[in-house]
Write a protein that binds this ligand. Structure first.
Ligand code: ADP
Ligand code: MG
Length: 234
């Protein structure tokens, strides 16, 4: 499914995001990078329907989805910190989004188990979140997003809260899950962005300041602010 943002604006006090215009083709993978506080999470939450914009529209597959409830958008989100139910097993956590949508128990647990096996968690389905490593917990939260088979997958700094050794344990699964889906991957780390996507959108102070091939942006930053963010000294 394609994703298009038309004139998205949002403000919080002194901070203002947008207007953001962005078009992502069906099956395209795009990284959104920018310093802390530049509005990346806000943009993601607007796409997911978790934060209403002050103006503009989100089009999913050519249809205005701005007023569509989050769970009806076909959009899955993986956040920085896995939000799992501590009192539910891994399997119950992943089945929950299906059960709460009226899918029968048998089918929900079957589908949850299939997704967990694909994420290399087949042996851990009866554990509780606290019994897992942070990397495994993040894979469970990826499973929770995938169990609804979203066509669009959004990531908000999914590796940031993990110790570097654990990142390599999660990244391949993010890669695998991204295949064949439309993906927006938010990170404050340009290098991480280049692992995920060739197309990189740079956001600073709520505005898109670069959008294009990561190598071209790196070699020819459009402004000194972008150059500084990329780690040049000038
Ligand atoms: P990023 O993800 O790039 O670090 P955010 O989108 O989280 O940036 O935040 C952008 C700005 O909006 C920040 O100044 C932040 O404090 C502010 N902000 C984000 N969410 C809220 C909120 N719910 N209420 C008030 N201010 C917010
Ligand atoms: Mg953020």
């Amino acid at each position: 499914m394609s994703l298009e943002l038309r004139g998205i604006v949002k403000s919080f006090g002194d901070f203002s995001l947008g207007p953001i215009n962005l078009k992502i083709e069906s099956g395209e993978r795009v990284a959104v990078v920018g310093p802390s506080g530049s509005g990346k999470s806000t943009l993601l939450r607007i796409i997911a329907g978790l934060t209403p914009p002050n103006g503009g529209a989100v089009f999913i597959n050519g249809t205005d989805a701005t007023k569509t409830e989050p769970w009806r958008r076909g959009v899955g989100v993986v956040f920085q910190t896995p939000a799992l139910f501590p009192s539910l097993t891994v399997l119950e956590n992943v089945a929950e989004p299906l059960l709460s949508r009226g899918v029968s128990k048998g089918e929900a647990y079957g589908r949850a188990r299939d997704v967990l096996v694909r994420l290399g968690l087949g042996d851990l389905v009866h554990r509780y979140p606290a019994q897992l490593s942070r990397g495994q917990q993040q894979r469970v939260s990826l499973a929770r997003a995938l169990v609804l088979e979203p066509q669009i997958l959004l990531f908000d700094e999914p590796l940031t809260a993990l110790d570097p050794p654990l990142r390599g344990e999660v990244l391949p699964y993010i890669y695998e899950a991204s295949r064949g889906r439309t993906v927006l991957y938010v990170t404050h780390d340009f290098e991480e962005a280049t692992f995920i996507a060739r197309r990189v959108v740079v956001i600073m102070n709520g505005r898109v300041v670069a959008d294009g091939d990561s190598v071209e942006i790196f070699e020819n930053p459009p402004s000194s602010a972008v150059a500084e963010f990329l780690g040049y000294s000038n």
